[in-house]
Every structure is written in structure tokens, then in C-alpha cells.
Design a protein around this ligand. Structure first.
Ligand code: AMP
Ligand code: MG
Length: 488
């Protein structure tokens, strides 16, 4: 364990050629205060929880007094936003402070989000608001708790500074940790601006740092692309299986490491609905829950195009062709786990699809149903009343349950053992919008305890926490259709 003074930073990204971004100082808040800090994320930097209580912590991670080796840098990128190419985006309200080197030999990008304007701010003010910082903070740590690849969140810093959105809000900063902040859009920027030599510099940098096993491989760029396809397919399988909608799957929000990146108007399913749109601005439903796997493929095709100078068309095509089967194989593996099936059988796919069909027809709460399914009594003739009550069409459920019972029997499944396995993969608690909303409203009134409570609860979403039972309930009527937009 280290003190703040013992942390070591580098910024290898800032040493890349000049067109990769700009060095500039953050604009700290004069009145920064700590809203919440994640002990798990602190550990990634070898920091004790007590370090976060020191005024020096706020100064260092609020951008006011940089630690040795930090070299704040705004990364340039581009991206396809809602299908339309935008040639220059970049860190418009974030700065990469540096890469923290921990005792495990890892490098963690430390990014300050909400750190003030940069040359990439376009019309924006470079700030983030408390609402969006808390949402990203809680969801990053919740996704980690769920075992889903994600960037992490170290802390949220608050301020009294007014920030103008649809209404006046207050400014905040989020300190984000990630092995990398490189996006599909980082490659697109260099490709579409004709800087093909820099596409190669970026690919070599990413391979050296994150895919070292490919550094000397023949066809290393083709294999790199194939691995990004694989990681992205795996990520999407996680999202679909847990019921997570990202909301803004633009190529600038797609991590080159297959991590969940840039939490904005995301949402977890309450009722199962493939058409669920969590982003208020997404009128056409481009990023609806059920569209996500297809959109990821589209985004990967954009990345393939951006790597055009490094790949043959054949190599790009063959990597992309692997996406669908890879996605389905991971997705079905996740769903089999959720159903408590150990073996993989031909008929599983139709069992899963039949369940989804019935869930969609009667708007069954996704998280609660799977958690309850662990208690399925597979003895012949058992009625499973608690489960069938999730459905309006109870006879419809009975007929599915009979197929499920037979399938369990076919692999000699034992209820108690199966239940224990299912409880380790079917979370009891997810960050439903109404939970985040309550924490945000209390934080806006100066009380941060609900943010801390949710963060701690969601770090361990698979265990029963009887004292937090209310957080496992479906949303109250006010929380069913909360509107979340991009403007954060
Ligand atoms: P996002 O929708 O958050 O993924 O952001 C898309 C682009 O807009 C990125 O280039 C961001 O840096 C930029 N951006 C978003 N919000 C702001 C803001 N308040 N000020 C400046 N740039 C912003
Ligand atoms: Mg973004």
C-alpha cells in the first residue's frame, strides 16, 4: 500500500506524435469536495482508503496540484455518431492526467472528466454535472461487481459551480481509471484525415501496451483486429445477458479493449423489452436494447475500415465474419449459466428464445425473474407459484417450465446445487434508474450517503443483503420511465 506521495505516474500517450492531442492544464474547481470514493478503485492504485480523506487527494485528483509524473493531455478522436461521421471529437471535457504505475506492474490511465474546456470542446463548457458523474461512478463500479469488462471510477468530486444544462445544475468531476482510453474513433480520426502513418503508430502503441503477445506475430494487425472483434462480441454478450443498454453506442464510445466505456444515458432493463430505448435523444431507437449486438458489428466494420492501411480486405472480412458466431456462443454460454444449465445442448437455444418471447409478451421484470428462477422446484408436478406469478399468461409459463424441468432432468440437475450456481450469476441488485435518481437527488441536497450505500451494495450484487431489500424491488411508478438524455 502506498501514500499519495509514493504514487508513480507516466504519460506514454502524451509522448506520441503531436497530432495525437494536446497537453494542457485542467481547470480545477476552487471549492472541490469529495462526494464519494471507491475503495476497490483506490486499491488499483495501491492507495489506502485513508489517503482519500487527505486534502492532498482532492488537490491531486481534482487537477489543482499535480502529482509528479502527471502530464495532463487531451486525446483527439473522431467517430460515427448515430451513423454519421464526425471528423473531430476528442476529449472535450476530460484530460488524461497520466498512467499510474501500481505494484502489480499495471498501468492505469487516470482520466479527469469534467476538467474544463479543451480545443475539442466544440460548443461545450468542458464540465460535467453531479448527476452524470454519479451515474457513471455508480455504474462503472456496479458493472465491475457484475463481472462485466468496464472502465473504473475512482471518485466523484463535487463543487458549487453552476453548470448550465436543460436547467442549472452544479459542476462535478469524475476520476476514471482504465487500462486504456483508446476508442474505435481514435483510429478513425487518423484514417479519415489521411494520416495513415499515424494509424500504424497508434496500432503499434496499442499492441505493445495491451496486446503484447501479438507484438512479434506475423499478420499482427489482422490478429489485433480479430481480438478486438472477439472482445467486443464478448462484451455485448455480457450486456445482453445482464440486461444493460448503453444508450450511445457511437464509435467514439467503443473501447479498443472491449470495455464498457462512457456511461451516459444507460439503463438496466426493468421489464424485459427488446425495444427498450434508454436514451431520450435516440428517437429512432438505433441504440435500443435489442439492437446493440448488431450495432457493435456495424461499429466494428467502421474500425475495420479505419485499419484499411494495415489490413487486407480479406483479413478484415474474415475477422468480422467471426463476430456473429462469437457473440452467440458467448451469449448462449451466459444464458445457460443464468438458467443453471451446465451442459450445452442443441435445444437450449429454443428454450432461451421461448422464454424471452414469453417475458416480452407480459413485461416480466428481467433481474427479478432470473434471480427467482434459482428457486425453481424441478420435482415433477411442482407448481412453482412464486415464479408463475411473474407472468400474466401463467399457463404459458407452465408450458415453458415443463420444458425447462425436462431439460434440467436430462443433465441430472440437483436443485440446491443449481440454485447456488445461479445465485452467483443472476444478480439480485442492478443499478436501476430510479435507484441512481434517488442517490442523485440526495447528493444534490448535500447528502452523499445514498451514493456510498449503493456503491457498496452494487459491488456485491450476487449476495443477499436483507437490509437493502428495497433496492431489489421493481421501480415505483415514478421511476418506470425516467428520461435520460445525452446532455450531461
Ligand atoms: P459523449 O456524448 O459524452 O460521448 O461526448 C461526445 C463528444 O462531445 C466528446 O468529444 C466529448 O468530449 C464532447 N463533450 C460532451 N460533453 C461536453 C461538454 N460539456 N463540454 C465539452 N465537450 C463535451
Ligand atoms: Mg464519449
Amino acid at each position: 500500500m502506498a501514500t499519495l506521495e509514493q504514487l508513480r505516474f507516466d504519460n506514454s500517450y502524451a509522448r506520441l506524435p503531436a497530432s495525437f492531442g494536446v497537453s494542457l492544464a485542467p481547470s480545477p474547481f476552487p471549492d472541490a469536495r469529495l462526494v464519494s470514493v471507491s475503495p476497490g478503485a483506490l486499491r488499483l492504485l495501491d492507495l489506502e482508503p485513508s489517503e482519500a480523506r487527505r486534502p492532498e487527494f482532492l488537490l491531486a485528483f481534482g487537477g489543482a496540484r499535480l502529482l509528479p509524473g502527471m502530464a495532463p493531455f487531451a486525446m483527439v478522436y473522431a467517430g460515427h455518431q448515430f451513423g454519421v461521421y464526425v471528423p473531430r471529437l476528442g476529449d472535450g471535457r476530460a484530460l488524461l492526467l497520466g498512467e499510474a504505475l501500481n505494484s502489480a506492474g499495471e498501468r492505469w490511465d487516470v482520466q479527469l472528466k469534467g476538467s474544463g474546456p479543451t480545443p475539442y470542446s466544440r460548443m461545450g463548457d468542458g464540465r460535467a454535472v453531479l448527476r452524470s458523474a454519479i451515474r457513471e461512478y455508480l455504474c462503472s463500479e456496479a458493472m465491475h461487481g457484475l463481472g462485466i469488462p468496464t472502465t473504473r471510477a475512482l471518485c466523484v468530486l463535487g463543487s458549487g459551480e453552476p453548470v448550465y444544462r436543460e436547467e442549472v445544475e452544479t459542476g462535478a468531476m469524475l476520476v476514471r481509471l482504465s487500462p486504456s482510453h483508446v476508442r474505435f474513433g481514435s483510429f478513425e480520426f487518423f484514417h479519415y484525415s489521411g494520416q495513415h502513418d499515424h494509424v500504424k503508430v497508434l496500432a503499434d502503441y496499442v499492441i505493445a501496451r495491451h496486446f503484447p503477445h501479438l507484438a512479434d506475430a506475423p499478420e499482427k494487425y489482422a490478429r489485433f483486429y480479430a481480438e478486438v472483434v472477439e472482445r467486443t462480441a464478448r462484451l455485448l454478450a455480457h450486456w445482453q445477458a445482464v440486461g444493460f443498454a448503453h444508450g450511445v453506442m457511437n464509435t467514439d464510445n467503443m473501447s479498443i479493449l472491449g470495455l464498457t466505456l462512457d456511461y451516459g444515458p444507460f439503463g438496466f432493463l426493468d421489464d424485459f423489452d427488446p425495444g427498450f430505448i434508454c436514451n431520450h435523444s435516440d428517437e429512432g431507437g438505433r441504440y435500443a436494447f435489442g439492437q446493440q449486438p448488431r450495432i457493435a458489428l456495424w461499429n466494428l466494420a467502421c474500425l475495420g475500415e479505419a485499419l484499411f492501411s494495415l489490413l487486407s480486405e480479406e483479413e478484415a472480412r474474415s475477422a468480422l465474419t467471426a463476430y456473429q458466431p462469437t457473440f452467440f456462443s458467448h451469449f448462449h454460454a451466459r444464458m445457460r449459466e443464468k438458467l443453471g444449465l451446465r451442459e450445452s445442448r442443441e435445444e437450449d437455444r429454443s428454450l432461451i428464445e421461448a422464454l424471452f418471447g414469453r417475458m416480452a409478451a407480459t413485461q416480466v421484470d428481467y433481474t427479478r425473474f432470473f434471480r427467482a428462477l434459482g428457486r425453481f422446484d424441478s420435482s415433477p408436478g411442482a407448481r412453482n407459484d412464486a415464479l408463475r406469478d411473474h407472468f400474466v399468461d401463467r399457463e404459458g409459463f407452465d408450458s415453458w417450465a415443463e420444458d425447462y424441468r425436462r431439460r434440467l432432468a436430462a443433465e441430472g440437475s440437483q436443485d440446491a446445487e443449481r440454485r447456488a450456481r445461479m445465485d452467483r450469476v443472476n444478480p439480485k441488485y442492478v443499478l436501476r434508474n430510479h435507484l441512481a435518481q434517488t442517490a442523485i437527488e440526495r447528493a444534490q441536497a448535500g447528502d452523499f450517503r445514498e451514493v456510498d450505500r449503493l456503491r457498496a451494495l452494487l459491488e456485491d450484487p450476487f449476495s443477499e443483503h436483507p437490509e437493502h431489500e428495497a433496492s431489489a424491488q421493481p421501480p415505483p411508478s415514478w421511476g418506470r420511465h425516467l428520461v435520460v438524455s445525452c446532455s450531461s
